[in-house]
Design a protein. Structure first.
Length: 96
């Protein structure tokens, strides 16, 4: 997430470049505060920040990178398990 934040800042005037973040969760978790959540002095929502609300210019895709096809310029993702019990596969094209 920090890399995406820095890229958004550096590229703020260049809208010809798109940013995509692939992550298996939709939130950034501040783990040093987990003990307070376990002890009920804080709610879990107080130590978690949704990625979509923080990254305004970056497209967010929930999934896990399974493969990178350099020849075809594709990032292949393994997403959540589909209705048939098989992990879904998604191809994300990259641009030059």
């Amino acid at each position: 997430m920090r890399t995406a934040e820095c890229l958004e800042e550096k590229l703020r005037g260049d809208f010809s470049i798109t940013l995509t973040l692939v992550n298996d969760t939709n939130a950034l978790l501040f783990t040093p505060m987990l003990a307070e959540v376990a002890g009920s002095s804080l709610e879990a929502s107080h130590i978690s920040t949704p990625l979509r609300s923080t990254l305004r210019r970056t497209e967010f895709i929930r999934g896990t990178v399974a493969e990178v096809d350099l020849e075809k310029r594709l990032v292949i993702l393994r997403s959540d398990v589909g209705a048939d019990g098989v992990p879904a596969r998604r191809e994300v094209p990259t641009t030059s």
